[in-house]
Design a binder for this molecule. Structure first.
Ligand code: NAD
Length: 306
C-alpha cells in the first residue's frame, strides 16, 4: 500500500515558520504584513474560502481586510477598489477571490493588481518571472508552489525525474510545469486532448493530477512505486460512489450523512494506493498547503516591499 504524504503536517510547519517571522517583525517595531481579500457576490464555496483565509491571517498576526462587494459590482467599481488597495501602505497582498461574476472582465482586474502585491501570482509580470526562472523576485501561484514545498520537505527528488502534469490551467497545471522545469524535472503536460493518457502517465516517476474529475486517475495510469500528487477537490454525495472510492471507510459515510458530502481528488484513492509508492490524501494533502502558501507569499511580498 502507498505511503500517505501528510500535507496538513507540512502546511502547519510552514505556517509556524511564517508566524515566527511575523513575531520577529513585531519585535523589531515594524507593522505586520497585510492582506486584503476581495469577494464579489455570494458564491457559497468562495465565502468559505475567504473566511478561512481571513481567519488564518488573524491566527498568524497578519493585518487583514475583507472587502465584500455585491454581485452587481461593475468592473470599473472593482478596479477603483484595486487602485485604492494598490496605494495602501498597510496592504502587501491583494487577493481577488475567483471565479468573479461573469459580467466582470477578470483578466483586466488581475492585470490591475500591482505585481508586487499579487499574492496569487496571476499577474503577467509574475507569470513571466516564473517562466524566466526568476522565482526569487516573483510571487508564484499558491497551489503549485505548495506542491513543491510538499515534495521538497518530504525529500522526494525532482531533479532529473520523469514528471507528468495532467491539466494545463493557468492556476495549477501551467505554473506547476514551470516550477518543476526550474527544478530540472523532465516535464510532460497532458490535457483533455492528450492521446492515450494512461500510457503517457505510466512513464512518470512523479505524477501530478489537476483535472477536476473525481477519481479519474486509476491504477492503470500509475507506474509501480511512483509518487502521485492529487490536486483535485471534488464533492462526493452518493454513498455508492463513496464505496467505490473508499471501500468500507466509515468516516466517509459519516461525512455524507452529517455534512451531505465527502471529498475525493482526481485520483482514485483505492485503486491508486495499490500501485503508487507515495500519494497525497484528499482531504489533508495539497489543500492545506494552498492557504499556507498564500500567507507565505504575503510575507514575501512584505519583504520585497521593504
Ligand atoms: P481547470 O478546469 O481550469 O483545468 C482542468 C484541466 O484538466 C484542463 O487543462 C483540461 O485540459 C484538463 N482535463 C480535463 N479533462 C481531462 C481529461 N479527461 N484528460 C486529461 N486532462 C483533462 O481546473 P483547475 O483550476 O486547474 O483545477 C483542477 C482541480 O484542482 C479541480 O478539482 C480543482 O478543484 C482543484 N484545485 C485544488 C486546489 C487546492 O487547493 N487543492 C486549488 C486549485 C484547484
Amino acid at each position: 500500500m502507498a505511503e500517505l504524504l501528510d500535507g496538513k503536517r507540512i502546511a502547519d510547519e510552514i505556517l509556524s515558520e511564517v508566524r515566527n517571522d511575523v513575531i520577529g517583525t513585531d519585535d523589531a517595531g515594524r507593522r505586520p504584513p497585510g492582506l486584503a481579500v476581495v469577494l464579489v457576490g455570494g458564491d457559497p464555496a468562495s465565502i468559505v474560502y475567504v473566511g478561512l483565509k481571513v481567519k488564518k491571517c488573524a491566527e498568524l498576526g497578519f493585518h487583514s481586510e475583507r472587502h465584500n462587494l455585491p454581485e452587481s459590482t461593475t468592473t470599473a467599481e472593482l478596479l477603483a477598489l484595486i487602485a485604492k488597495l494598490n496605494a495602501d501602505h498597510a496592504i502587501d497582498g491583494i487577493l481577488v477571490q475567483l471565479p468573479l461574476p461573469k459580467h466582470i472582465a477578470e483578466q483586466e482586474v488581475l492585470d490591475a493588481i500591482e505585481p508586487h502585491k499579487d499574492v496569487d501570482g496571476f499577474h503577467p509580470i509574475n507569470v513571466g518571472l516564473l517562466y524566466l526562472g526568476q522565482e526569487k523576485r516573483a510571487l508564484t501561484p499558491c497551489t503549485p508552489s505548495g506542491v513543491i514545498e510538499l515534495l521538497e520537505r518530504s525529500n522526494i527528488p525532482i531533479s532529473g525525474t520523469r514528471t507528468v502534469v495532467i491539466g494545463r490551467s493557468t492556476i495549477v497545471g501551467k505554473p506547476m510545469a514551470a516550477l518543476l522545469i526550474n527544478r530540472s524535472a523532465t516535464v510532460t503536460v497532458c490535457h483533455s486532448r492528450t492521446v492515450d493518457l494512461p500510457a503517457v502517465c505510466r512513464e512518470a516517476d512523479l505524477l501530478i493530477a489537476a483535472i477536476g474529475k473525481p477519481g479519474y486517475v486509476t491504477d492503470e495510469f500509475i507506474k509501480p512505486g511512483a509518487t502521485v500528487i492529487d490536486v483535485g477537490i471534488n464533492p462526493v454525495t452518493d454513498p455508492a460512489m463513496a464505496r467505490e472510492f473508499f471501500g468500507d471507510d466509515e468516516k466517509r459515510f459519516a461525512a455524507i450523512a452529517n455534512r451531505g458530502q465527502t471529498l475525493v481528488g482526481d485520483v482514485h484513492p483505492r485503486l491508486a494506493a495499490t500501485v503508487a509508492g507515495r500519494i497525497t490524501p484528499v482531504p489533508g494533502g495539497v489543500g492545506p498547503l494552498t492557504i499556507a502558501m498564500l500567507l507565505k507569499n504575503t510575507l514575501k511580498a512584505y519583504r520585497l516591499a521593504m
